[in-house]
Design a protein around this ligand. Structure first.
Ligand SMILES: *Cc1c(COP(=O)(O)O)cnc(C)c1O
Length: 477
């Protein structure tokens, strides 16, 4: 698409919105300006292509299509069938999966779909055979209470939140921590690395139905072949949530033991993080789980978003190109540069570095909390998010860490030198952030002051970097 046509298309779109609700047109323009002018280091965010963004804005949004390809609860779904089939085909071929389900609206929805599919496969189906019932309706008449209790009596083992796991991996306040007996594994207190022997011992003791591997804030690769061995030994189903690192799997940076797809029974992901697609999720599964995963809608999902599935198909087609593999490799290389940039300036990184797309910076040595670091960096035009570190003394709200990822700025064309510069300006801001004293004289965990001039200097340094790597070049509103 030529730049001229992109500008014309978006000007027409905004004029159309403007005529109905000008505040939304204005917010849309402002969002582009904000995204263009900030150093986006949020590890879960990215910039999708204009092809992906435009695909979401069509009349596919108007169509109901509950069910699956060829088996819809609504008439007239032939074009949605095309969209869903193409998206699933790209997902299967890109990841080498036996089966792909592209309906989940988000990563959390993909995980719920997976949990219910595993429960259906491992609890409901055996119970039907045991009770001699052909289907659940027959069981409702006879042994429903037994089955219901069995459903509620299953065990899930996932990575703990403060070691980098996700809320949906069994965190107590999340539904995953309520629907299962839950247990979580952490990292080694010394190395901060995943300890496979400890995980194996815990799995032997706990005997979970499901082991969930995958993370949101762990800066290292996982050996999924080893986790598979552990799952096999204890008879657990292995589910991998690759929401954060799907782009590195798609781009063949993670291969062999580090590629979850050949090792897991079920793999879930978002499509909008390192994979650089529309906001959404998907589930990959072995043939054994396919028909159970297919029950996602209407079991736990609302009707499919056909316009988003269309955009997933476009993004997955992009991810199958060589240019995406090059991008994924740069994401990992850039994370290394960012980490080295921090370490060479004396900063502390959880696990001492990275070999994926993110680093977790421990800000304690600057005498501030993650919350103060996050806010001070925002004042300087750097967008990050605060994050707990293992055994965080400041808890999950204030935290002691900041998580930084390279996918978004790599999409803008940042390379090793730019990421080193980013590390330099972040360290400069953190060194110049001081906690304000509370009325009791203790340091505040939220309020802070920044040495005069530091935010301004960081902003002008980042503006220079951003100007050299424009977002959606040629798109003018
Ligand atoms: C981001 C994330 C999710 C949730 O994705 P949403 O699209 O926000 O629902 C689930 N699991 C992991 C590991 C994640 O990082």
């Amino acid at each position: 698409m030529s730049d001229l046509s992109a500008s014309e298309i978006y000007q027409s779109i905004l004029t159309t919105i403007d005529a109905v609700e000008p505040r939304i047109a204005e917010a849309t323009r402002a969002e582009l300006a904000d995204q263009r002018s900030s150093l986006k280091l949020i590890a879960s965010e990215n910039y999708a292509s204009l092809a992906v963004l435009l695909t979401m804005g069509t009349w596919f949004s108007d169509k109901y299509a509950e069910g699956t390809v060829g088996h819809r609860f609504y008439a007239g779904c032939q074009n949605v069938d095309t969209v869903e089939s193409v998206a699933a085909e790209h997902a299967r071929e890109l990841f080498g999966a036996e089966y792909a389900y592209v309906q989940p609206h988000s990563g959390i929805d993909a995980n719920l779909t997976a949990f219910w599919a595993i429960l259906a496969n491992k609890v409901e189906t055996p119970a039907l055979a045991e009770f001699g019932a052909k289907n659940v309706n027959e069981l409702i008449e006879t042994d429903w209470e037994t089955l219901r209790h069995r459903f509620g009596d299953q065990r899930l083992l996932g990575m703990s939140l403060d070691a980098g796991g996700h809320l949906t991996h069994g965190f107590r306040p999340n539904i995953s921590g309520k629907m299962f007996h839950q247990n979580s594994y952490g990292t080694d207190p010394e190395t901060q690395l995943l300890d496979y022997d400890a995980l194996a011992a815990q799995a032997r003791e706990f005997k979970p139905l499901i082991i969930v591997a995958g993370y949101s804030a762990y800066p290292r690769r996982v050996n999924f072949a080893k986790v598979r061995e552990i799952a096999d030994e204890v008879g657990a189903t292995l589910m991998v949530d690759m929401a954060h690192f799907a782009g590195l799997v798609a781009g063949k940076v993670f291969t062999g033991d580090e590629d979850p797809v050949p090792h897991a029974d079920v793999v879930t992901t978002t499509t909008h993080k390192s994979l650089r697609g529309p906001r959404g999720g998907l589930v990959l599964a072995t043939k054994e789980f396919a028909s159970d995963v297919d029950r996602g809608c209407p079991m736990v999902l609302g009707g499919p978003l056909a316009h988003v599935m269309a955009a997933k198909a476009v993004a997955l087609a992009e991810a199958r190109q060589q240019s995406f593999r090059d991008y994924a490799q740069r994401v990992a290389d850039n994370a290394k540069s960012l980490a080295e940039g921090f370490l060479s300036r004396g900063a502390d990184l959880i696990t001492g570095g990275t070999d994926n797309h993110l680093v977790l910076l421990d800000v304690s040595k600057y005498g501030i909390t993650g919350r103060q670091a996050e806010s001070a960096l925002l004042d300087a035009g750097v967008v990050t998010n605060r994050n707990s570190v293992p055994q965080d003394p400041n808890g999950a709200w204030y935290t002691s860490g900041v998580r930084l990822g390279t996918p978004a700025l790599t999409s803008r064309g940042f390379g090793a030198a730019e990421f080193d510069r980013v590390a330099e300006l972040i360290v400069e801001v953190l060194r110049n952030t001081q906690p304000t004293a509370t009325s009791q004289g203790t340091p505040s965990k939220a309020k802070y002051t920044l040495t005069a001039g530091v935010a301004e200097r960081a902003k002008s340094a980042s503006s220079e970097l951003l100007a050299a790597h424009p977002l959606y070049p040629g798109l003018e509103l």
